[in-house]
Design a protein around this ligand. Structure first.
Ligand SMILES: Nc1ncnc2c1ncn2[C@@H]1O[C@H](COP(=O)(O)OP(=O)(O)OP(=O)(O)O)[C@@H](O)[C@H]1O
Length: 245
């Protein structure tokens, strides 16, 4: 992947694979290109190069159907409907699973109520799994940040993704919440057979969770391997601690 914003090369020929079922941590200092890479994977941006998902080139898939194709994501600054309740937000995430079209809805064909029932059940399952039962009918804007992050995770999971892109899930969480998040991500991977790509600055979380880590700096890949391999990589230490190291 290569992507330029004017004179800034945000991604400079970055290439790597993520195996099915793997948790891959994507790390790098501020401005390294992590969010840009996520935006290419979810096709908010078009980059040079080719991204393959289960062997298919993402560029061939229509942009608005990415969630339906199995790629779900959360956002660094949250992308929720703040005036809607927790349950309504999670239900929004299930819309891409709908097969019934405009006419079926206008005529209230049986498929519509069957789908609505299945979506409601999916939302309720996620509400229970993510311990959101007590706030299911509360508007998202009234909830603490940590809870909103769980709602966003549930919204992303509602579309039954195969690949989940998590953009700084630990940001703004306290120590205890970060520990709970690690356990939750492991649990979700197992339950939904997920592949996870995780952008995160919280090194403890990335090192503990990831099967593999890819490190970027100034849009280039500077390290790739297991947490053990990457931990002592001189280029990575230099990127985080400065050129004098
Ligand atoms: N929309 C944009 N227009 C112009 N430049 C951009 C845009 N988005 C990102 N950039 C630039 O591209 C580079 C990569 O930014 P990106 O946000 O992907 O980094 P990041 O690794 O996600 O950083 P952070 O950890 O701070 O979120 C930076 O130099 C940034 O200033």
């Amino acid at each position: 992947m290569t992507l330029r914003f004017g004179g800034v090369v945000a991604l400079d020929g970055v290439s790597f694979d993520v195996e099915q079922g793997e948790i891959c941590g994507l790390i790098g200092p501020n401005g390294a290109g992590k969010t840009t890479l996520f935006n290419c994977l979810s096709r908010l941006y078009d980059c040079e190069g080719e991204i393959l998902f289960e062997g298919r080139a993402l560029a061939q898939l229509s942009r608005h159907r990415m969630a339906g194709f199995g790629i779900g994501r959360t956002f660094q600054n949250l992308a929720l409907f703040r005036s809607l309740t927790v349950r309504q937000n999670i239900l929004m995430g299930t819309h891409c699973l709908r097969r019934a079209g405009f006419l079926a809805h206008a005529m209230r064909l049986p498929i519509v109520s069957r789908e609505e029932l299945a979506q409601g059940q999916r939302a309720d399952e996620l509400i229970e799994l993510l311990a959101l039962g007590e706030v299911a009918h509360v508007a998202v804007a009234q909830l603490p940040f940590g809870t909103q992050k769980r709602v966003e995770l549930a919204r992303a999971l509602a579309a039954s993704p195969k690949l989940l892109l998590l953009d700084e899930p630990a940001c703004g969480l306290n120590h205890e919440e970060v520990d709970q998040l690690a356990a939750l991500i492991r649990q979700l991977r197992k339950r939904f057979t997920l592949t996870v790509l995780l952008v995160e600055h919280h090194m403890g979380l990335v090192m503990a969770l990831s099967d593999k880590i890819v490190a970027l700096n100034f849009g280039r890949k500077i390290a790739e391997g297991t947490p053990q391999d990457v931990r002592d990589e001189p280029e990575l230490i230099k990127a985080y601690l400065g050129a004098s190291v």
